[in-house]
Design a protein around this ligand. Structure first.
Ligand code: ADP
Length: 349
């Protein structure tokens, strides 16, 4: 499909350039023809006048008599030169057009490949729990002596599975939202402190339930960004920090400001990430083995992928330092608010 689109685009480029080139050539050919004929007429008049008047003594030699064959030849040569020039232009623009069409279509191809990967990943993740639900129902229905106690267990398991599916579809929607191109959002001046506070408030009930303490020393820093996008970002990081920490542990959120940027560290003392998993944890649907064993009902490996998209949309960066069984620190660097720097930018580029 990419190849045929590339050929079509090349053909369009070629058609446009050929039309322009041929139009110019026709104009040039006509003008040259007119010019040669005008010159020929002028020569003829001058020659006839000299002949009529007789050649005065000491006058320069008579102009060369007009030669119709020479005129035809000039027009013929002009035509051949124009044909050669046009053929070269068409050949060169065909090659250049093909290269240019490839470059033009490259981002579209990358976006389509990414979308196809996303759809196949998402359908794969959705199929697994659905298949296990269906087979559980089928096994139950095939039993001859069905007991109400078994039905209760099955329903309870199905409800858990449905909750997981619901959270997966929410995460997929969130990811799709942050992947949307051309969705221009006007960044506004926001207080980083209020964003962090609101994220902590959202996570507080989960932390209490898990007996994990969230420690934060507020710092007043303004940044340009999307408030809700940044709340989503810190909720993801805090949720992971709590999820992968043991009961009684502390999660620390600290803010450090430099001249033009601010770094927010979310530090936990949980299970940590193995060195081999570190390069992949921001990939979509990636879950480290330790995380899979630790949280049976946990996420789907989408959180950090969403977090990375939000940070990038804010022209920031996200890094992680982690030691297995010791803990992890996720660091988000964001540019601070610059006076008169606010403008409409695409959040989801
Ligand atoms: P998940 O829903 O599985 O947490 P994420 O995309 O948020 O998905 O995280 C991807 C993987 O990165 C997790 O499965 C886990 O292995 C690892 N991870 C993320 N945050 C932490 C953390 N604070 N401590 C340990 N491992 C983490």
């Amino acid at each position: 499909m990419f190849h045929s689109a590339r050929l079509k685009l090349t053909a369009w480029y070629l058609l446009i350039i050929t039309c322009i080139s041929i139009t110019f050539s026709v104009v040039i050919y006509r003008e040259v023809g007119n010019e040669v004929e005008r010159f020929d007429r002028a020569q003829r008049i001058r020659f006839e006048r000299r002949l009529e008047l007789g050649q005065p003594v000491g006058a320069p030699a008579l102009p060369v008599p007009p030669n119709p064959e020479l005129v035809d030849e000039s027009e013929h040569r002009t035509l051949i030169i124009l044909i050669i020039i046009n053929s070269s232009i068409i050949l060169a623009s065909g090659i250049l057009g093909y290269i240019l069409a490839g470059e033009t279509l490259k981002p579209i191809k990358e976006m389509m490949d990414e979308q196809n990967r996303f759809i196949s990943d998402a359908s794969h993740e959705l199929r697994t729990p659905l298949t296990s639900l269906i087979s559980a129902f089928e096994v139950y229905l095939r039993q001859k002596n069905r007991k109400i106690k078994d039905a209760d267990i099955l329903v309870q398991e199905s409800v858990d599975e449905a909750h997981k599916l619901q959270s997966l579809s929410e995460s997929l929607l969130q990811l799709a939202q942050y992947q949307k191109p051309n969705d221009a959002v006007t960044f506004e001046k926001i207080s980083l402190d209020s964003v962090i506070q609101q994220s902590i408030n959202k996570l507080a009930p989960v932390a209490v339930q898990k007996n994990v303490t969230l420690s934060y020393s507020p710092k007043s820093v303004d940044i340009d960004g999307s408030k809700y996008g940044l709340i989503d970002l810190f909720v993801i990081l805090l949720d992971n920090a709590v999820k992968y920490s043991a009961s009684g542990s502390i999660v620390t959120i600290s803010v450090k400001k430099t001249d033009d940027s601010v770094v927010v560290n979310v530090e936990d003392h949980g299970i940590g990430v193995h060195e081999k998993d570190l390069p992949h944890i921001f990939d979509r649907f990636y879950r480290a083995d330790a995380a899979r064993q630790k949280t049976r009902t946990g996420g789907y490996g989408l959180g950090l992928s969403i977090a990375q998209k939000i940070v990038r949309a804010h022209n920031g960066s996200i890094d992680v330092k982690s030691v297995l069984h010791k803990g992890s620190t996720f660091s988000v660097r964001l540019p601070v608010h610059q006076v008169s720097s606010m403008k409409g930018v695409s959040l989801f580029s």
